[in-house]
Design a protein around this ligand. Sequence first.
Ligand code: ADP
Ligand code: MG
Length: 345
Amino acid sequence: DPNLNENYVFSQFIEGDCNRLARSAAIAIAENPGKNSFNPFFVYGGVGLGKTHLIQSIGNKIRQDFGDEFSVLYISSDQFTNEFVHAIRNNRAREFSMFYRNIDVLIIDDIQFFSGKEKTQEEFFHIFNALHQDGKQIIMTSDRAPKDIQDIEERLISRFNWGLSTDLQMPDYETRYAILEKKSLENGIEFEGEIFEFIAHNFKSSVRDLQGAIIKLLATASLQKIDNIDLTMAKRILKDLIKETKKHISIEDIQKMVCDYFGIDPNKVREKTRKQEIVEARQIAMYLSKTMTKSSLKTIGLQFGGRDHSTVIHAINAVEDRQETSPKFRQVVKDIRQRVELAIM
Ligand code: ADP
Ligand code: MG
């Protein structure tokens, strides 16, 4: 069982400038698995931009065109880790390893979750080498570029760049419009062009949210048995969704804004350095992550280079204390907070 979702196919994946290179490489790979210059194929980009859809399309096309000629496996990096841990516990590490070395097309999703998992990384390193040596196709995704993944062995990062590593961007306005049209057509409902325009203008950060908007309209129409939704109704129905997506601030946004403010490299706040100016930026960024997002202390720690939650608590306390004693510092924190708020509007 290749573990593929059959809806994730190329014909459902709308092409645009945002994904042209990744999409054409993906098709080339599907036509010639393993025997192409895109091995490994590494696709990165933010949440909901189509990474999983694209890489599963490769798997589905290979299955369709070649049948059993190639064994294909799609797996998330978390599943891979769990299986590996399970295998070790049951003295089946060798079987685990043999199983993966026999796959022709290995598709691993969200590889950033290998971060900090040394044993898993080592096992994957050996599997990677064996597959690559045998001309088997390896396909991976991550939420960021290889060099930006924290706590991953250098030798793995360098291998990730052996073939093609490319990103997916948020589709531009026209592509968003096309995605909306396609989605509503599939569901047999046509909306006025001005409704597509409205949605395409207001959902700019993830294709998943963009589709969520049209799905909400479709669902509302069907529940309330309305066969003609006009723009005013659409605006009312989508009001809350728009508020939510606009309010969504990520820890990464905060890190970036804080570092912009102090003129330092955003990677620095995720590294272990103890330089005073970086410690200060890191503490402010942790504090804002806690107060401006819904993230847990654990998540915040992880996003700052895998730090412990007690480190995060310490940072938050330090920033709170210092704001009480120093009006100047309080103003700095306030300024940065404002910039973050502005940036996401
Ligand atoms: P990611 O893995 O990057 O988080 P997904 O592949 O899960 O994103 O995509 C989120 C949703 O958006 C899926 O329903 C997917 O089908 C859809 N999607 C993303 N990009 C496109 C595109 N270019 N054309 C059509 N649908 C897309
Ligand atoms: Mg995904």
